[in-house]
Design a protein. Structure first.
Length: 272
């Protein structure tokens, strides 16, 4: 019983009890003694005797709910640079890659600047003389083969004046051909070509006219009178084995502004 009472004794309880006792004894007692109103008026030894032992701990109460999180604090200063780490070990060799696809051909680049001219090389040695070639054919023109060329005549403008235009064969013929003159715009009896595309049958000399008497309003043109043998000029009527002479006479004079008469054309001869 007394142990339970001691457990409940405190400094305050003792002080209040003593004060109550003095109050009940009357004023006379109070006049002869001091009234204790604080634990500081009690001797420390007495206080130690009056002090009771601590009672047993009570059971723990239930935990309260967590409070709300406080605001983030200010960012701390940047830490210093840490020491360098150790070098890592050598890694394993990677797998060999396959051959990539060939890329497309790029656009052609611009032409570069012209290079400087190189120095002249030394003169090479003279080559040996080649063998003498054989002499080319001198004729006669083979049968069925043809030759062709052009002719032109320029003579006096005086009406009735005459002149000659010559035709020479590159290869002479074995037999003199038969001549035929074809005026521009007409077709010959045996010579059926034109001045632009002359033709000649075997054994014929076909002479084609480009401008002649048939050209209206061409004063000063010339008309063929006859063929002359080229081997014996002016001594026969016909072509020779080496060519022919064309005898012209001025056909028209009129009021031509030209100071001369003229005629021109093409020819073809075919060996018989």
């Amino acid at each position: 019983m007394f142990s339970r009472i001691r457990k409940r004794l405190t400094y305050t309880n003792v002080a209040m009890t003593i004060a109550l006792v003095f109050a009940m004894t009357g004023g006379a007692y109070a006049a002869k003694h001091y009234l204790i109103t604080s634990t500081k008026q009690i001797s420390p030894k007495v206080l130690r005797q009056l002090k009771g032992k601590n009672g047993k701990n009570g059971t723990n109460g239930t935990n309260g709910t967590n409070g709300v999180n406080g605001k983030d604090g200010a960012q701390g200063p940047v830490g210093g640079k840490g020491p360098a780490g150790e070098n890592g070990g050598k890694g394993e060799q990677g797998l060999k890659g396959g051959t990539g696809l060939q890329g497309s051909v790029g656009p052609q680049g611009s032409v570069g600047p012209q290079g400087t001219t190189g120095s002249t090389g030394s003169t090479g040695s003279t080559g040996s003389t080649g063998s003498t070639g054989t002499t080319g054919p001198q004729g006669p023109l083979q049968s069925g083969k043809s030759e062709t060329g052009t002719w032109a005549y320029v003579g006096s403008k005086t009406n009735g004046a005459s002149g000659v235009a010559s035709i020479s064969f590159t290869l002479p013929l074995t037999t003199a051909p038969q001549p035929e003159f074809v005026y521009a715009g007409t077709t010959g009896t045996h010579c059926t070509g034109t001045a632009e595309a002359p033709t000649a049958p075997n054994g014929f000399l076909c002479v084609y006219d480009v401008v002649g008497e048939e050209v209206a309003g061409k004063p000063g043109t010339a008309k063929l009178l006859l063929f002359r043998n080229s081997e014996t000029p002016f001594s026969g009527n016909g072509a020779g084995k080496e060519g022919a002479g064309l005898l012209f006479e001025t056909q028209e004079i009129g009021t031509s502004p030209l100071p001369y008469a003229y005629a021109e054309g093409t020819w073809m001869v075919t060996a018989e």
